[in-house]
Design a protein around this ligand. Sequence first.
Ligand code: SF4
Ligand code: SF4
Length: 339
Amino acid sequence: MTASKTVAFSRRSANVFLHVLTRCNLRCRHCYINPDQHGRQRLPLDRIERWLMVFAARSPGANLVLLGGEPTLHPDLPRVVHSARRLGFASITIDTNGYLFNDILDRVAPADVDVFSFSLDGATAATNDRIRGAGSYEACLNGIRRTRAKGFQTSLIYTVSRANLGELVEMAPLVEALGVGRFFIQVLGLRGKAAWTGCGPDDADILPVPPSEWLTQVPAAAEAIMRRGARVIYPKVFLAPEEKFECAGLVADNYFVFPNGRVYRCPLCEDYPVHSLQFRDDRLVEASRLNESDFFRLHIAEGCVMNALIQPGNIARDGDGPTEYRIACCLLKEEILPP
Ligand code: SF4
Ligand code: SF4
């Protein structure tokens, strides 16, 4: 078995995740966007550019991820990309569900966008479309092929739930056939629809997988995908007793930015008005306390404090005794590289 490497939080590089809008053409059953908290807004171009200037000054050379909603629904996305390049962002990624609206592939070049990152949640149309909606599998595969044909780098994001864990290993030949360079495995989030447990009466399988299944199946599937030529990155999720716990909110430089001006340091907090920063009149200022930054400092035996607060059922206990494992920071990743 190939050894995986835990990717420590970088204290040198910053990451800006900018939701240019929260609207989307799909209605995925596990969608992480919470309209009650973040609305259905689209940021105007001039405001996006002012906010990008703030981050370029605060964290020079940050990596920029443009997302939504579906970011290609934003008609000014190419101009956002060109502005970000001029401002010196180290890398620019566009997250997409594959529909690639507004002729985005004709309006940006591979020199502008480092990676188009596609979301797919099954190796078959039956499984993916049950989660993400009819036709979304074909749209995503077509999108990847068109993007590759234009000379762009591509990656895939696969969000693991009970509904699709069994097909994760089957992604290996598909990743190779599509020529995808990076494969991200995500754990089903504790935010958005997935956090409203089950999403609906017939959605009981859209739930996180238990630790025993995660630990036995995900690393093995990651290895199989890596052997087909992709760099594979997956969340650590559980910490062994000897492994050190760190909260990215304290040691990393990440910003999760929403059109309503909220800026979070931790994605698990996005369902609540506990953002630590806020855009006011296009200036980035501290939000009122209490907020997420107060939680980051709480040291608890279970590991991640937000997991313990939001979904205490995720922490396995033996009676009143110690926890069986600690929950790692959701931003801590394992990485395996092809030989
Ligand atoms: S998960 Fe992404 S693609 Fe799916 S509905 Fe939500 S924003 Fe759209
Ligand atoms: S997921 Fe947990 S450990 Fe990571 S930044 Fe959020 S609160 Fe901190």
